[in-house]
Design a protein around this ligand. Structure first.
Ligand code: EPU
Length: 336
């Protein structure tokens, strides 16, 4: 296991905050995971980073930090109805999605261009354009610190919900080594999301190919979301809040333009719209701000800190609370 001390994490988080990790361990094999797990004790704080695309590094990280770097991907089995594909936790999510299309195994294309790694994808049940990981998830292999053994977790074990899983409930328990996806055959186009449907509405379904969806999703994302290589960010910074029917109706009456979608638990409000209405879009304070094209995305201009970003996030939460009476919760994990 390769270990560095006092390592700069600037290139390990997509916000680009230049904090240090006291001890940084690069996990390249399943054996590295076991060694890392065996070195953890109750007094040492620790965490695993994937692509660093869903974290805010507020300060230097004490204890042990692991970078999940396991590589490898393969088709496990293909029947007339399903293809099972496995990828190691350290693989880039987007490169993996692109590779599945090259292998003629479509089904993940709606999740193109999401930053981060394969291993991080189930942790927050990544989702976009009408598809969530839970819809294509088969199982994952993880080291369980409680039993000190390897386990296979299936979808029912993972407690998937909107941007949520068991790995959020028990963050100190599992180290994910690989994830297996079950892709259904024959492929069916997923046009559930209005932006995507709009692009393909004039084409007969049989003329729409997976690569066309992949390209369209990449184009839509590039037009709305900043490239972390150019401008530090972690995608959506807040969850879209879910409110009950009564609250929704009251808000809709006061704000007829309110953007909301019916949801099994009530109504999911577009947090970007709420923030936009509080005039925070394209707002800048010092080295942090709100993206000019999507108010749900906070950005870092290069010389700021996670502390400044959190302060801005709290200010936005207070403004939305004041205007709409709705509480926004922060999506990325704040470390330490
Ligand atoms: N809106 C505004 N102003 C804004 C931003 C959005 O009025 O500044 C409105 C839009 O016009 C639209 C609605 O809000 O009517 C929703 O916006 P959008 O379609 O951009 O999607 P979102 O709800 O903001 C969610 C996910 C994204 C995902 C997209 C597409 C969350 C927290 N975010 O964003 O996920 O890519 O849908 O499915 O659920 C991420 O998690 O990092 C992420 C980017």
């Amino acid at each position: 296991m390769r270990t560095e001390f006092s390592a700069n994490l600037q290139h390990y988080n997509t916000f680009g905050f230049a904090v240090k990790a006291a001890e940084l361990c690069h996990l390249e094999t399943e054996n590295d995971i076991e060694i890392f797990a065996s070195q953890l004790d109750p007094d040492t704080p620790w965490r695993v980073l994937g692509g660093g695309s869903n974290i805010v590094l507020r300060d230097d990280l004490p204890g042990k930090t692991a970078i999940m770097a396991l590589q490898g991907k393969k088709i496990l089995e293909a029947t007339d109805s399903t293809v099972l594909i496995e990828a190691a936790a350290g693989e880039s999510w987007h490169d993996f999605v692109s590779w599945t299309l090259e292998q003629n195994c479509p089904g993940l294309e709606n999740l193109a261009l999401i930053p981060g790694t394969v291993g991080a994808a189930p942790i927050q049940n990544i989702g976009a354009y009408g598809l969530e990981i839970k819809d294509v998830f088969h199982s994952l292999k993880a080291y369980d610190r409680h039993t000190q053994s390897w386990r296979t977790l299936f979808a029912k074990d993972c407690h998937f919900a909107y941007r949520h899983s068991i790995f959020k409930e028990e963050p100190q328990r599992y180290l994910v080594a690989s994830v297996t996806f079950a892709l259904q055959k024959p492929w069916q186009v997923n046009l559930a999301y209005a932006d995507v449907l709009q692009r393909f509405k004039d084409l007969p379904a049989q003329d729409i190919k997976p690569r066309m969806i992949f390209d369209a999703i990449c184009e839509i994302r590039r037009s709305k979301l900043p490239d972390p290589q150019v401008l530090g960010n972690a995608g959506s910074f807040f969850h879209n809040p879910v409110v009950d029917e009564k609250t929704y109706l009251q808000l809709k009456e006061r704000f007829p333009q309110l953007v909301a979608y019916a949801n099994p638990k009530g109504w999911k409000l577009a947090a970007g719209w709420l923030i936009d209405q509080c005039a925070y879009k394209d707002y800048r304070r010092g080295q942090v701000g709100v993206y000019e094209k999507q108010a749900l995305v906070l950005v870092h201009y290069g010389e700021g800190t996670g502390q400044e970003l959190i302060q801005l996030a709290q200010e936005i939460q207070a403004a939305v609370q004041e205007k709409f009476g709705v509480t926004l919760s922060i999506e990325p994990s704040i470390l330490p």
